[in-house]
Design a binder for this molecule. Structure first.
Ligand code: PXP
Length: 240
């Protein structure tokens, strides 16, 4: 059965709107876990626009389920991951001007760096996943670099307009799943998934882990974090 990691970055976004100390993403992580989340994901960005170093350290000490740290490839962030030792890192492209992570990581171009980072993470017992478009060359480069998993970017599916485009994007995700599994890697998925659009993706067999953030935090503002997580978990576990 597919697992749900809740990305709680936007709890920190609300805190940073006032540069105060509430709401605390650590409190949110506890609520997510009590509601049955299988993992907690945060993205420590270079500009620290939401999650900060303290959050990552306290989450590591607090979260009992999987702790997945999203991060770019800069050396300063890699050093923090080595120190904190999350269960998993998901490597993403990072562009300062973007509102959220845009395209996938270019693992073909970055293969050497990716290989070096993966070795460093594995030395610390950390699993490595790459956030990529469902593209064969990117998947194979991830496998060559020695990574453990890929997170297939569902953003194009989420933005697809019309049945044909939606079906095309779902087929690309299915093909991506097949190539990833054939390469011996675990398949995750995420980005842009919501309560309205998650079902068709959750029906794709073999997607082991979902990373979902904005939609869950948005619903949590209105109904509470525990209910929001529970409702998403039900959709993922029973998509038919
Ligand atoms: N997966 C990755 C790699 C991401 O960068 C993000 C956004 O931080 C997500 C999943 C979650 O996306 P969303 O907030 O749209 O659910």
């Amino acid at each position: 059965m597919a697992l749900l990691n809740v990305n709680i970055d936007h709890v920190a976004t609300i805190r940073q709107a006032r540069r105060t100390d509430e709401p605390d993403p650590v409190w949110a992580a506890v609520q997510c876990e009590l509601a049955g989340a299988n993992g907690i994901t945060v993205h420590l960005r270079q500009d620290r626009r939401h999650i900060n170093d303290r959050d990552v350290m306290v989450l590591k000490e607090t979260v009992a389920c999987k702790f997945n740290l999203e991060m770019g490839l800069s050396d300063s962030i890699v050093k923090i991951a080595e120190k904190v030792r999350p269960d998993q890192v998901t490597l993403v492209p990072e562009n300062r001007a973007e509102l959220t992570t845009e395209g996938g990581l270019d693992c073909v171009k970055l293969k050497q760096r990716l290989t070096a980072i993966t070795k460093r993470m594995h030395k610390k017992g950390i699993l490595v996943s790459t956030f990529i478009l469902p593209d064969e060359q990117q998947i194979l480069a991830t496998a060559d670099a020695g990574c453990d998993a890929v997170e297939l970017h569902t953003g194009r599916y989420a933005n697809a307009a019309g049945d044909n485009d939606i079906e095309k994007q779902l087929n690309l995700l299915r093909d991506g799943r097949d190539i990833t599994r054939a390469a011996g890697l675990i398949v995750h998925a995420g980005h842009g998934l919501t309560y309205r659009n998650v079902r068709p993706v959750a029906k794709i067999e073999g997607l082991c882990e979902f990373n979902i953030g904005h939609s869950i935090v948005s619903r949590a503002v209105l109904v509470g974090m525990r209910r929001a997580v529970d409702e998403m978990k039900r959709l993922i576990e029973n998509p038919f």
